[in-house]
Design a protein around this ligand. Structure first.
Ligand code: XMP
Length: 597
C-alpha cells in the first residue's frame, strides 16, 4: 500500500507529521503506537511520533518490537527517536534540563540530509530526555550544542531517528527531510489528492449508511457544512436532515451557510430551531471552560435527542452525522496517550457511546481543515462559506469568560518581570487555557500597555512565558478609557448571560467586518474575539483580540496586524457600549491555545 503510518505516541505533533506527508502527495494515517507489527506489513514506511512521556519509565508508550524486523523503513521523531535508541540497545538518559525552541543542527552525512543546501540549519527542539549512546550499527548523523545525538541512522536497516521536529515550520528544510524519507527511502509514489477523494467519501458514506438516513446538527461552520453536503450528495436530500440549533452562542452571519444549504437542498431538509434558553439555563453560574464544554456537549446531545423525538425519527432508521475532523480527535485525548488538552464536544461521553454503538457517521474524520476546504470547493460551496474562519462548536460561550468574585488587576513589580522602557504591566486575575509541553495549563494573563509594535510585543511574550511558567498569555493593552485607566480595573462576578453574549457577538461582528473591509480576512487564519468581565464596575467588559496564523490549529503564531488596523479596531471596539478596555493577545500556541477560554 502506498501509505505511511504515523505511530501515535501521544504528542500534539503526530497529526502534523501526517499532514506534512499528505502535503507531499502521499497518504498518511495515524495509528495507535501499540498496534501489532503485523498491522503494518503493507505500509511503505513507519514514523514514530513525539509524545509527552519518557521512555525511561516502564509504563510509557512502546511499540511492538517486531516492527523493527519488518524490513519497513522507520523514522523516529523526538520520543520516537528515543524509543528506537532504547529498544535497539542504545541508551537514553532522563534530561536534567529541557531543551525547548530553536537550535542549530550540524548535519553529517546522513541519508535524510542528502541534497540539502546547508550543513548547518535551524531545527525545533522540545525534549527533556536525550539519547546518549546510539544502538549497535547506528551512526550519529547530526548534533546540536546541547544534544550530541540529534540525528542517527542505521542505513542498512533503514532505521532513522531525529530528536528535533521536522514537521514544524520552525525547522528549516523539514519538508525536504520528509520528502527524502518518503520518496527516496520508502519509495512512495505521489498519489494523494483530497480533490480526488470526493467520490471515495461518497461511496464510504453510502456503505456506512446502508439503507439508513442521516440526521445532522449543522452549525454554519465549514466542517459541518461540508460533511452535511457530502452526505446529501451520497444519499440524496430526502435521506438527510440538517438541524441548525441556535444555541445562543453563534456568530453573527452563520446564516450564510444555512441559506446556501436551504437553497441547494430545500427547506424540508434544513431546519432551524432556537434552543438558546436550554443552553443558558444549563450554563447558569458555570465558569470553568472544561465544565462549559462538558455541559454544552451534553446539552447538544440532549437537544438532539429531544428534536429527534419531536421529529419522530425512528432510531433504527437514522444515523447521527458529525463534522468531526482529524485534529478534533487527538486534542480530546481520543488517542490513548495524548495528555488531555480539552474535551472536544464531538467526543463527550454520550456521543462516544453512540460512536461505539455504530450510530455515528463522520465523513471528515480523516481530513485536516485545509483538506476539508478543498473538498468544499470541489463540492461547489460558496467561497465565504468555505473560507469562513474556524469557529468552535461551543462557540461564543467559551470565549465569554466569567468570574466568581471581585478582584483588582495587580500592578506588575518591575523586579518580577522587567518590562520594556515606558511600558506598564498588570497581572489580570483571570486564568485561561494554554498548552505547555504537550500538557494543558490554566494560568494567568499578563496585560501590558506600551509594548510597541507587534514584533517586539511577540518577542516579549515569548520571553515572559518561557521564564514564568505561571503566565501562559501576554496581551497588549490597545485601548483604555480616559476615565477608567487599566490599572484601576477589576474583574467582577459575571457568568454567561444573553446580555453579555450580545456584547461579545457585536464585538466579533465588528472585527470581522473591519478586517474584511481592509482585505485581510483571508490572510488571517482565525481571529477569535473573547471577553473578560474586567472593567471599572460590574457589567463593564474588556474585549480581547486573538488573531492567529496556523496551518491546522495544532500550533499557531499570533497574527501581526498592521498598526493602523490595530488602532482602528481599538477605536471601534472602545466605542461599544459597556467596553472599558481592548487587548490584543500576542502569544503563540504553545504556550497559549488559539481559543481564549
Ligand atoms: P485551541 O484553542 O485548542 O484551538 O488552540 C485549536 C482549533 O480548534 C478549534 N476548536 C474547536 N473546534 N469544536 C470545534 O469545532 C471545539 O470544541 C473546538 N475547540 C477548539 C479552535 O477554534 C481552533 O481553530
Amino acid at each position: 500500500m502506498n501509505q505511511i503510518v504515523v505511530l501515535n505516541a501521544g504528542g500534539q505533533y503526530c497529526h502534523l507529521i501526517a499532514r506534512r506527508i499528505r502535503e507531499l502527495g502521499v497518504h498518511a494515517v495515524v495509528a495507535d503506537v501499540h498496534r501489532p507489527a503485523t498491522d503494518f506489513r503493507g505500509a511503505r514506511g513507519l514514523i514514530i511520533s513525539g509524545g509527552p512521556a519518557s521512555v525511561t519509565e516502564p509504563t510509557s508508550p512502546s511499540v511492538d518490537r517486531a516492527i523493527y524486523e519488518l524490513g519497513v523503513p522507520i523514522l523516529g521523531i523526538c520520543y520516537g527517536h528515543q524509543l528506537l535508541a532504547r529498544d535497539l540497545a542504545g541508551r537514553v538518559e532522563p534530561g536534567t534540563t529541557k531543551e525547548y525552541g530553536h537550535s542549530s543542527l550540524h548535519a553529517g552525512e546522513g541519508r535524510l540530509f542528502r541534497g540539502l543546501p546547508a550543513r548547518q540549519f535551524t531545527v525545533w527542539m522540545s525534549h527533556g530526555d536525550t539519547v546518549v549512546d546510539v544502538p549497535p550499527g547506528f551512526v550519529i548523523t547530526g548534533e546540536t550544542d546541547d544534544c550530541k545525538v540529534a540525528a542517527m541512522e542505521h542505513a542498512g536497516r533503514r532505521l532513522f531517528g531525529l530528536q528535533f521536529h521536522p514537521e514544524v515550520v520552525h525547522t528549516e528544510h523539514g519538508t525536504e527531510i520528509y520528502r527524502t524519507f518518503v520518496f527516496d527511502v520508502c519509495g512512495c509514489r505521489e498519489d494523494w489528492d483530497p480533490r480526488a477523494r470526493v467520490d471515495q467519501v461518497v461511496a464510504d458514506i453510502r456503505r456506512a449508511a446502508g439503507d439508513r438516513k442521516v440526521f445532522f446538527l449543522i452549525s454554519g461552520g465549514v466542517d459541518s457544512t461540508v460533511a452535511f453536503s457530502l452526505c446529501a450528495r451520497a444519499l440524496g436530500p430526502e435521506r438527510v436532515l440538517g438541524l441548525y440549533v441556535d444555541t445562543g452562542f453563534m456568530r453573527e452571519g452563520d446564516a450564510e451557510a444555512m441559506q446556501y444549504l436551504t437553497t441547494a437542498l430545500g427547506a424540508r431538509t434544513v431546519r432551524r430551531v432556537d434552543r438558546s434558553a436550554d443552553f443558558f439555563g444549563r450554563l447558569r453560574g458555570v465558569i470553568h471552560p472544561e465544565d462549559k464544554r462538558a455541559i454544552i456537549g451534553e446539552t447538544f446531545v440532549a437537544v438532539q435527542e429531544d428534536e429527534f423525538a419531536r421529529l419522530g425519527l425512528r432510531e433504527e432508521e437514522w444515523l447521527l452525522g458529525q463534522g468531526t475532523i482529524y485534529p478534533d480527535t487527538i486534542e480530546s485525548g481520543g488517542a490513548r496517550h495524548a495528555a488531555k488538552i480539552k474535551t472536544h464536544h464531538n467526543r463527550v461521553e454520550r456521543i462516544q457511546a453512540l460512536i461505539d454503538a455504530g450510530r455515528v457517521i463522520e465523513p471528515l474524520v480523516d481530513f485536516y481543515k485545509d483538506e476539508v476546504r478543498v473538498l468544499g470547493e470541489e463540492l461547489g460551496l460558496p467561497h465565504d462559506v468555505v473560507w469562513r474562519h474556524p469557529f468552535p462548536g461551543p462557540g461564543l460561550a467559551v470565549r465569554c469568560l466569567g468570574a466568581q468574585a471581585r478582584a483588582p488587576v495587580e500592578s506588575l513589580e518591575p523586579t518580577t518581570i522587567p518590562l520594556p522602557a515606558g511600558a506598564e504591566g498588570w497581572i489580570v486575575p483571570v486564568r485561561t487555557v494554554g498548552v505547555q509541553g504537550d500538557e494543558r495549563s490554566y494560568s494567568r494573563l499578563l496585560a501590558v500597555a506600551g509594548l510597541g509594535e507587534a514584533e517586539a510585543a511577540g518577542a516579549f511574550a515569548r520571553r515572559v512565558t518561557n521564564e514564568h511558567r505561571t503566565i501562559n498569555r501576554v496581551a497588549a493593552v490597545i485601548f483604555q478609557r480616559a476615565d477608567a485607566a487599566f490599572g484601576r480595573l477589576a474583574v467582577h462576578p459575571a457568568a454567561l448571560t444573553p446580555q453579555r453574549i450580545a456584547v461579545l457577538r457585536a464585538a466579533d461582528d465588528l472585527v470581522t467586518r473591519l478586517v474584511r473591509a481592509r482585505g485581510l480576512y483571508d490572510a488571517i487564519w482565525q481571529m477569535p474575539v473573547a471577553m473578560l468581565p474586567l472593567g471599572s464596575g460590574p457589567g463593564r467588559e474588556t474585549i480581547v483580540l486573538r488573531p492567529v496564523n496556523s496551518r491546522d490549529g495544532m500550533t499557531a503564531d499570533f497574527a501581526r496586524l498592521p498598526a493602523p488596523l490595530v488602532a482602528e479596531l481599538a477605536h471601534a471596539l472602545g466605542g461599544l457600549e459597556r467596553v472599558d478596555a481592548v487587548l490584543y493577545d500576542v502569544t503563540n500556541k504553545p504556550p497559549a491555545t488559539i481559543e481564549l477560554e
